[in-house]
Ligand binder design. Sequence first.
Ligand SMILES: Nc1nc2c(ncn2[C@@H]2O[C@H](COP(=O)(O)O[C@H]3[C@@H](O)[C@H](n4cnc5c(=O)[nH]c(N)nc54)O[C@@H]3COP(=O)(O)O)[C@@H](O)[C@H]2O)c(=O)[nH]1
Length: 934
Amino acid sequence: MQLYEQLLALLSGGLCQIDSNLKIISANQAFRNLVQLNDEAVLGNEICSFFDLSSQKKLRNAVNYTTLDQIPVKNLRLMMTGANNGVKLVDVSISPLTSLGNGSPGHMVLMRDVTDLERSKSAMEEVQGKYQELFENASELFFVHDFEGKFTELNRAFRRFIGTISAKTEEIKVVDLLQPGQRSSFDNYIKQIISTGEACGTIEFVTRKGQKRLVEYTNTLIKDRRGRSVGVRGAARDITQRKISEQALRHSQASLIRSQKMAHMGNWELDLNSGVMTCSEEVLNILGLPKGNSPGNMAEYLDLVHPKDRRKVRSDMDEALCCQGAVHQEHRIIRPDGKERILHTIFEGLKGPHGRAAVLSGVLQDITQRRLSEQRVRLLARAFENALDGMIITNENGVIQMVNPGFTAITGYSAQEAIGRNPSILRSNRTSAKLHKAMWESIQKTGFWQGEIFNRRKNGQTYPQWLSIRAIKNEIGKVSHYVGALHDLTELKQGEAKIAHQALHDALTGLPNRIFFNERLADAMREVSKHNGKLALLFLDLDNFKNINDSLGHAVGDKLLSATAERLLSLVRDQDTVARLGGDEFIMILKDPGSKDQATGAANRIIKAMSQPFWINEREMYITASIGITIYPDDGEDLEALVSNADMAMYQAKDVGKNTTRIFTRDLNTRIKRRMSLEESLRNAIKNEELEVYFQPKVDLRTGSMAGAEALVRWNHPDKGLIGPDEFIPLAEETGLIIPLGRWVLRNSCRTAKAWMNHGHQCMQISVNLSPKQFTQKDLPQMVGNTLSDTGLPPYALELELTENMVMQNVDEAINTMHRLSNLGIQLSLDDFGRGYSSLYYLKRFPMNELKIDRSFVDDIPSDPDNASIVNTIISMGRSLNLRVVAEGVETKEQLSFLKKNNCDQMQGYFFQAPIPALDLLRLLQRGKSLIFS
Ligand SMILES: Nc1nc2c(ncn2[C@@H]2O[C@H](COP(=O)(O)O[C@H]3[C@@H](O)[C@H](n4cnc5c(=O)[nH]c(N)nc54)O[C@@H]3COP(=O)(O)O)[C@@H](O)[C@H]2O)c(=O)[nH]1
């Protein structure tokens, strides 16, 4: 019994023994705890008293049943109310007692308190219910699947997602939702989740409707109570739309960046609270900043703004913030590389939630290129408007769309008159249809044509123009317009014609000049050759024209030349040519002149006509001419020979007394050849020491002694013997050889005179002739000075003889040269006096020491009263001008007496002594005799 008691005490459930009246006979401690009563209060009580009415009934029935059937009743759920600790739920098992010691039927009642268990169970059910509701109604896709991928649970959202609202979960597998290519990855997924306990990622499911949906999932492994992996629980979300939106956002962001780049447009925002500025990528490009160097605040941005624009930028920003509207403005920036750009900016102030300005937003666009383009367009428009050339723009059909004022100025058509018409309004019949065809062919082929054509102005006038036409193509390469530039060549052509005329004509007379003459002669030679004809060349030179020029002035001379040209033109036929070669030289081409005599006859008629008086400045003037004639092809087959021969013939005409004609002959040619060979020899004469200076004494008429000597050059030609200066000095003058020759004579003479001095003849003065060419040499005084110092001859012992004609060429220049010579201390003598045109006026101005009366006046004195009178006058004039007077060419005693009687100072002539070599003259000096009285 004690053992029984101990067993009862160990039971956690309440146990009591009841009798047939259901009264408690015994109860264990767990029962007493259950009802919170002690043994005395428990024992004897009917067990039903601890239960509610419904439970009492169930308990009685169960006891009855157990009693009858002797079968225990188990786990009868009853509500206990009689306990002191409130209502409790208990599971009651009743077992009949048949073996009780006292033999009375009774029952063992075992009670297990399930109040807490039931409570937590219902709480669990409640949670489960809620979970189920959540699970079922959640917008997320919830699911559970086993390791074969078979879904065991799917919430409504998932079912809807896959389009199987009514489908049973066991019919759906994960692989059914995958694309065929992805099914193999399912095994990997299961392996991963088993090994790591979780798997998350995105996967593309194909719904039952065939739609592809992207799903983001987070799955975890499900384990049972014993820790065995039994399946997978997951939550997924259909992110298809989000992905599309994200992609669309990315796309629109990329396209925004691209658009900003293309438009050179960027945007920025300035958070006014934080002062932080954020810029789009293109802003950096525009500002020339490297990536990541975006201006972080407004101050950094303003640093880039051109200093002159900063104030304006600030004030426009303020305005945008204050008016909350968009403010447009332009400003310049200076990029870090130093380049200046022009930006168009829109500022806009945005309000924050409290209605205060919170953000300043800016859109900026680089409009530098646009501004430059606009500038270019404006410039082009100005160029179009102001171009002197005519500009014309037509459409592709050649209909005029635009013309500029230059077009109107050239063509006479106003813009209104021209627009809408075809450029053919300008076409003239001077431009051939062939050229027009070629022009359009070129434009069609190359897109361009330029060339010279004749157009017609509105007034009907035809004019030459340089035309350039270019086809303009549009973006698809189709011709949309034609642009023409018209340059009026009228003035140019006139100018060219004028220049051509000037180039070929003599400005004074308007006659063909030498160039044109050469062309005409060549043409004429060709022409007459064709029919074996001839032509005559008449080379005309006015006689003594220089005298007229010098004495009456160049203006009169020019008029006389013009009048000569007119007269010559009046004397020749239309087919003939009159040209001026220069100076007083004219040349005429007479085509088919007939015989040589006829040509000479024509030349003589010209000579005669020329001798008729000219009226110049209402004054009658006379001039004669000399003409040389050559006949082509008889006297020369080439142009140069013909002209040169005519020239020579003309010189011969001069030689024989002027005012006449000479025809070229072979004999003349021979003489010319001799002259040419002479020239060649003369060139070598100085270096071959073939020249020698002779000296002719100048005698003092009062004392009869030798006062000086004139140096007269001679040429000891190796073949021809002694040649006089008359023959070679003019040749030397013509060829320029006179310069070295004259220098040689001067040096030689000075050296000789110095030698005489050294022999004690201190008063001997040497007179050296100067040629016209020598006299015009700028360095003449210097050359003379050098010669004196080189030879040691004192200046007073040298006299230079100039001729009247020489000094009258250019009087002022001559006076200047004479002064420079005179300043050296030498003396100057005016040679051949009386033959020239010098007047008393000039004589007074010349720094002269001596006058030499020309031999032609001395010749016939005293028998010729005129010459005697002239000589007398010259002597008196010389006296009054305080000049020494020397008479040259004195050959007779009578001449000597006359001159002596008339107080001539010195004389020179064969009467005393012909020119002799230097040594002979020294001997004469040394004899010391009077030359007059000996
Ligand atoms: N520029 C240079 N000209 C020179 C030079 N040497 C000579 N000449 C000039 O040549 C011309 C001819 O000279 P020339 O043949 O020597 O004749 C001179 C005398 O011989 C000649 N004369 C002298 N006295 C008489 C005479 O009584 N009767 C006569 N019929 N002739 C005479 O006169 C010539 C000198 O003339 P001018 O010079 O005018 O005093 C001649 O013009 C020379 O000047 C030279 O080196 N350079």
